[in-house]
Design a protein around this ligand. Structure first.
Ligand code: GLN
Ligand code: ZN
Length: 748
């Protein structure tokens, strides 16, 4: 028996890759410097995995930005607009990821979407009429050779052709089927080249197989793989799936001439049932049994009980998905042992795989120790909270009066112009802002001085927003490190790691807090700065909160109670905050649900029952008891809710803003078709790129919005918060935004 992982975190133990890449973006180091640093990091990671005793080690799981973009690059799926720019390979790669604005041209970044049900985001490749699919990249080969030179024979990993097609956009006039043959040829060339370099195996990641598959999608997959596997060029092929089970296509997979199948036993509700129905003797089963998404120790007894039922003769123990989704190691954390012993990050999960293997070989004391850990009573129950939750009735989830009536009341009360302008909350978190926060946290800056600094920031930006002519202002969120951690720090039941970063998009990481016990609000969280900001202006200032579903989705959840129960606990805490803000005179409150879609089950049939039926009411619980003239906003990142529009309307917010600029506003047609009631602020420019919208660009976008949404329902705002942006580009972009809104208003 052997052990393996699907992939390893890329950013590094201390996010080295992020810092180096950012230096490169700022032109402080050369391309060669960046490539050398990345090489060192890969060597370090391979060595760790090897030293932990993992027997099969992947390569090409590393990425300079994103693994879907890597696959697109490998097979030359590069839009003409970027193809024709006179750039180096790496510059071209980053141009697709982040846009390019410079001497050599001006192109926008490709859209970015959530990677299945995670908080990782991939770059959406675009197949055009002119796309010539062919082998064009060399990263997968270079990294294989690199590892080989270290004495490690790796199993190269690449996103498979089916998932690549499923996740891509297509220019009008072309579709997936047009690229089947050229993709097969390109992947076969990859096989051949790897075989020539000495590789024995390849891992093709096909997570799209865990979704509901239509007849056409199944046919596409089978067409691709029958052709592809007709000539494996001497390689063994591992078809790897994760994030769920493959119930729609299991039978066909077992009949394919692949050498191994990778299945997820953690998130795949039906995986065990499927393999129990039969697993072919000529294939190896890669069993994803160690959770690649959560930070808790593996319960060995439970895992072994699952493995015992697996009929496969050739078994490789693996993780449920890539370890990309968990932090690097617990070794740099400072929790006391009684806490730490319950956690396993990426490095520790390697130990777990090896332990599980050892126990299967008879090392019983490892099992006994793990049993003892799980027998401990970790946390007690908060009785008062349990009673408050038990006492909730339908009324607590219903805001009155109904939206139409509130909309009129708020119009009278707020007296905003048509197309009101606002931002999503945060302003640039400059070096100075972060340095002050750090100094304060370290005790080098007094509370008084820190408060003074924050007040000055708020004063400056309030004044600036007034001057530029914004209608609804924000305080700028300078006091917050992160939209979840900031709240978690003021809630009981939360723990914070020092270094528990997980990659979110590009080089950006997030540090999800850990829900350790029952959650309650310890004291008011945002009232101080929101009411201060409001006191500095006659214009309305939006209060800024993170919603319960997002707090839950961006935390590592408990595994001993349901995520629904944890979410309701958080909802009550945020509800108390909403009411305190209202009492302090804040008339508009935005409750961000940036991550609402994150835990939406991948299969439609599970959407409502497993998720939306409690997640949407949890949001309503937060704002149900505010006065009719208090305006509740919400914000969601990505406009990927076309298919859950009725659920979004059911959140019963008064205004919703969302990312739209990278996705061509397609969602607006759907909003219209579904008779969406909530007022909308589709983002009018992309904040994930440093690019400043060109003169007239925002005007154009507003025009497109007004063609689809009644003008009295439209708000004008950027796509998302601005904390990751520089001040200069932010101000330039926002001035254009307000000017464009004013011009459009005049037209109306
Ligand atoms: N209010 C938050 C901000 O502006 C929203 C962030 C987000 O949607 N991710 O930073
Ligand atoms: Zn956002």
């Amino acid at each position: 028996m052997t052990t393996t992982i699907i992939g390893f975190p890329r950013l590094g133990e201390f996010r080295e890759l992020k810092f180096t890449t950012e230096k490169y973006f700022r032109h402080e180091i050369s391309e060669a410097d960046l490539l050398a640093a990345a090489k060192d990091l890969r060597a370090k990671h391979w060595n760790i995995v090897k030293e932990k005793g993992i027997t099969e080690i992947p390569s090409n799981d590393f990425s300079h930005y994103d693994n879907v973009l890597d696959a697109a690059f490998l097979v030359n799926v590069i839009p003409q607009s970027v193809q024709k720019l006179d750039l180096t390979d790496l510059e071209r790669y980053f141009a697709l990821a982040r846009g390019y604005q410079g001497e050599k041209g001006d192109v926008r970044a490709l859209p970015m979407k959530k990677w299945f049900n995670t908080n990782y985001h991939y770059i959406v490749p675009k197949f055009e009429k002119d796309t010539q699919v062919k082998l064009a990249g060399h990263k997968i080969f270079d990294e294989f050779v690199e590892a080989k030179e270290f004495g490690i024979l790796t199993r190269p990993v690449v996103v498979g052709p089916f998932t690549l097609l499923q996740l891509s956009d297509f220019e009008e006039g072309v579709a997936s089927k047009d690229f089947v043959d050229s993709l097969v040829a390109a992947y076969q060339e990859v096989f051949a080249k790897l075989a020539e370099l000495g590789a024995k195996k390849i891992q093709l990641d096909e997570p799209s197989l865990v979704k509901d598959l239509s007849t056409d999608e199944k046919a596409l997959f089978l067409d691709l793989y029958k052709k592809l596997l007709a000539d494996k060029k001497g390689l063994q092929v591992l078809l790897q799936t994760y994030f769920g089970d493959v119930r729609d296509i299991y039978q066909e997979l077992t009949e394919l001439p692949v050498d191994a199948l990778g299945l997820d036993f953690v998130e795949g509700k039906k995986t065990l049932e499927l393999v129990k129905s039969g697993f072919p003797a000529d294939k190896t089963l890669y069993a994803g049994i160690v959770n690649g998404k959560n930070i808790w120790r593996n319960n060995y007894e439970k895992s072994l009980a699952v493995l015992e039922q697996v009929p496969a003769e050739n078994l490789v123990l693996s993780t449920s998905c890539s370890l990309l989704h968990v932090p690097f190691t617990t070794a740099n954390e400072e929790f006391e042992e009684a806490i730490l012993e319950h956690f396993a990050f990426a490095v520790e999960k390697l130990d777990e795989l090896r332990d599980l293997e050892a126990i299967r070989q008879g090392e019983d004391d490892l099992l006994a120790a793990n049993k003892a850990l799980f027998a401990k009573k970790r946390v007690g129950q908060n009785e008062e909270l349990a009673q408050r939750l038990a006492g909730l009735t339908e009324k607590d989830y219903t805001r009155l009066p109904a939206f139409a009536e509130r909309e009129e009341i708020q119009r009278q009360a707020l007296k905003l112009p048509l197309l009101p302008t606002t931002t999503i909350g945060s302003f640039p978190q400059t070096k100075e802002v972060r340095a002050k926060r750090l100094a304060f946290r370290k005790g080098e800056l007094s509370q008084e001085d820190y408060d003074k600094f924050l007040a000055e920031q708020i004063d400056d930006w309030i004044k600036w927003q007034e001057e530029v002519g914004f209608d609804v202002l924000v305080h700028g969120e300078f006091e917050r490190n992160d939209m979840v951690e900031y709240f978690g720090q003021n809630l009981s039941g939360y723990l914070f790691s020092k270094n528990g970063w997980v990659q979110s998009y590009g080089m950006r990481g997030v540090k999800p807090p850990i829900i350790w016990g029952d959650v309650t609000r310890l004291s008011p969280i945002t009232v101080k700065w929101s009411s201060y900001a409001q006191s500095r202006t006659d214009k309305p200032v939006k209060g800024m909160l993170t919603g319960p579903v997002t707090i839950l989705n961006w935390s590592f959840p408990r595994e001993d109670i349901s995520i629904k129960d944890s979410t309701l606990q958080i909802a009550l805490a945020i509800k108390d905050e909403v009411l305190d803000l209202e009492a302090a005179g804040v008339k508009i409150i935005q409750i961000d649900e940036a991550a609402l879609r994150e835990k939406l089950p991948l299969r439609r049939s599970d959407w409502y029952e497993d998720y939306l039926d409690w997640a949407i009411p949890a949001f309503r619980l937060v704002h149900s008891t505010v006065a009719p003239d208090t305006q509740i906003h919400t914000h969601m990142c990505y406009s990927e809710f076309t298919d859950i529009i009725p659920a979004i309307d059911n959140m019963d917010a008064d205004v919703i803003s969302f990312e739209a600029s990278r996705s061509n506003l397609v969602i607006l047609d759907e909003l219209k078709a579904k008779n969406f009631q909530t007022e909308v602020g589709p983002g009018v420019y992309d904040i994930h790129s440093p690019r400043v919208p060109a003169e007239g660009e925002i005007d154009h976008t507003i025009e497109a919005i007004l063609a689809k949404v009644p003008s009295n329902k439209v708000w004008i705002n950027p796509d998302c918060g601005l904390k990751t942006r520089g001040i200069k580009e932010t101000k330039e972009s926002l001035v254009r935004l307000v000017q464009a809104a004013k011009a459009a208003r005049k037209e109306l």
